[in-house]
Design a protein around this ligand. Structure first.
Ligand code: HEM
Ligand SMILES: *[C@@H]1O[C@H](CO)[C@@H](O)[C@H](O)[C@H]1NC(C)=O
Length: 500
């Protein structure tokens, strides 16, 4: 009678002992590994959960900023088991991304994206694959800009479409989110898919909702939990799983588009980015190690589609919220638009150099809105000496762009919105080296030129045609982001556009 229970007790005892021993071994290995290295300083991590106590998943940017205050511009934190070196402030970021560009040029881990993208496509690959995809993407985007219609014409045309859509709102209050994402997405769509979509197109809207939702979730508490505790969260239900369903929905769309292109491909006259990629795949078909294969095609296209839509449209949305808060700024832009462009033609890029005030406002919108406060993770491509520390090859590196764009040494009183900081005493645009919303170095945003063109043409074309009316008192408008993690997302709002 008693023997089974003694057996059980014995079994549990052994198990308990084993657990204790493995814990001890784990802890001693962990501390040894932690001590032996010459890593930048940082809070002592606990086994498995890392710096759980210092990193609040609800306020990740704030938590990291508190460590910046405590440990200085370069420090080490553990997000669960993952070691991350964090770099803050203009000086340190410049040293890493410019002076040691080759060391810091790899892409780090973004668990929320990587689950779907794996490491394919231009934004998430490394090494030779990334080099080839980046070169190919840049030249192909340029080619489709130079053909019959320039990229500038495409953006101008889309800006007019957007104005027509806004006119249809008949001065009623509207949430502008999807107007802006349709416009910015159409610029990319016409290049990569060869066509734009109608603003009423239900399928298009569904895609944009998937992008909106995934961007929202990636920047949420759940996205942050997934980022920190990936291997645990992979097995748990919860809203984070929606991210993957949204991204997979986008993958399905791109795959379907690619299939259609394949069926109607004329190797002598590519119609869009996908065609060019398919042709490149055919040319390299004999090469077993080629980087131009189906997965890289799908994920490069999706990278352009995603990065080219959410970023620029969120910046537009932030900008218009700022105009509602400070109507006198939109007023001065109206004045400059009327003086330089007039009312009889749409804006073009040549106008920008004659419109320093508008240009300064757009710089300040990008600085202030601080779209990707933690940048997009990098990793060191080899063992790297940096400021006297040794960062082992493959370590993830966070480039805290927010500490550059809001660096008080570079931008006085950074929390105030002040376009004047980008103007000199003659009223000309004053450049700042610390203006890095697109990051810098080898991984600098591939769409910077396009994004800046879109921001100028969309802002000016809308203001040329409309006056903006807020549905709220301007003092009740809160410019602080409603969510701040991967992205800074502005508070939701409505506005009325009144024809001028
Ligand atoms: C206001 C708009 C935009 C902002 C603020 C922005 C910002 C950024 C930032 C901070 C990065 C990460 C750079 C790094 O790793 O250090 C990035 C990468 C990237 N962006 Fe943008 N971006 C914008 C618009 C666009 C557009 C319109 C496109 C489409 C052509 C685009 C395509 C990409 C791609 C493909 C990458 C990955 C580059 C690589 O890994 O080599 N972005 N962007
Ligand atoms: C998604 O769209 C809604 C409007 O329907 C907007 O309030 C929200 O801020 C958007 N999210 C993102 C991440 O842009």
């Amino acid at each position: 009678m008693s023997s089974p229970s003694t057996m059980d007790d014995g079994g549990i005892g052994t198990l308990f002992l084993l657990v204790c021993i493995s814990c001890l071994v784990f802890i001693s290995l962990w501390t040894a590994r932690h001590k032996r290295t010459n890593l930048p300083p940082g809070p002592t991590p606990l086994p498995i959960v890392g710096n759980l106590l210092q990193l609040d998943s609800r306020q990740i940017v704030k938590s990291v900023m508190a460590l910046y205050e405590k440990y200085g511009p370069v420090f080490t934190v553990y997000m669960g088991l993952r070691r991350v070196v964090v770099i803050c402030g203009y000086e340190a970021v410049k040293e890493a991304l410019i002076n040691q560009a080759d060391d810091f040029s790899d892409r780090g881990d973004l668990p929320t994206f990587n689950k779907v993208f794996q490491k394919f496509g231009v934004a998430f690959s490394n090494g030779e694959s990334w080099k080839q995809l980046r070169r190919f993407s840049l030249t192909t985007l340029r080619d489709f800009g130079m053909g019959k219609r320039s990229i500038e014409e495409r953006v101008q045309e889309e800006a007019q479409c957007l104005v027509e859509e806004l006119r249809k709102t008949k001065q009623m209050p509207v949430d502008p989110t999807f107007f802006f994402s349709q416009a910015t997405s159409n610029v990319i769509c016409s290049t990569v898919f060869g066509n734009r979509f109608d603003y009423k197109d239900k399928e298009f809207l569904k895609l944009l909702q998937m992008m909106n939702e995934s961007f929202q979730l990636i920047s949420s508490y759940w996205g942050q939990l997934y980022t920190t505790y990936t291997s645990i969260m992979d097995h748990l239900p919860g809203p984070h799983n929606r991210i993957f369903r949204c991204l997979e929905g986008l993958v399905d769309f791109v795959t379907e588009k690619a299939k259609q292109n394949q069926e109607t491909l004329d190797p002598n006259s590519p119609r869009d980015f996908i065609d060019s990629f398919l042709i490149k795949m055919q040319q390299e078909r004999q090469n077993p190690n080629t980087n131009f294969h189906l997965l890289n095609m799908i994920f490069t296209t999706l990278s352009l589609f995603f990065a080219g839509t959410e970023t620029t449209s969120t910046t537009l949305r932030y900008g218009f919220l700022i105009f509602l808060k400070y109507p006198e700024i939109a007023e001065k832009m109206h004045e400059e638009i009327d003086r330089v462009i007039g009312r009889n033609r749409g804006p073009c890029m040549e106008d920008r150099s004659k419109m320093p005030y508008t240009d300064a406002v757009i710089h300040e919108i990008q600085r202030f809105s601080d779209l990707l406060p933690m940048g997009v993770p990098h990793a060191v491509a080899r063992d790297t000496q940096f400021r006297g520390y040794t960062i082992p090859k493959g370590t993830d590196v966070f480039i805290m762009l927010t500490t550059v764009l809001w660096d008080p040494k570079q931008f006085e009183d950074p929390e105030s919105f002040n376009p004047g900081r980008f103007l000199d005493e003659n009223g000309e645009v004053k450049k700042s080296d610390a203006f890095l919303p697109f990051s810098t170095g080898k991984r600098i945003c591939l769409g910077e030129g396009l994004a800046r063109m879109e921001l100028f043409l969309f802002f000016t074309t809308i203001l040329q045609n409309f006056t903006l009316k807020s549905t709220k008192d301007s003092k009740d408008i809160d410019l602080r982001p409603k969510t701040s993690a991967f992205g800074n997302i502005p508070n939701s709002y409505e506005l009325c556009v009144v024809p001028r």
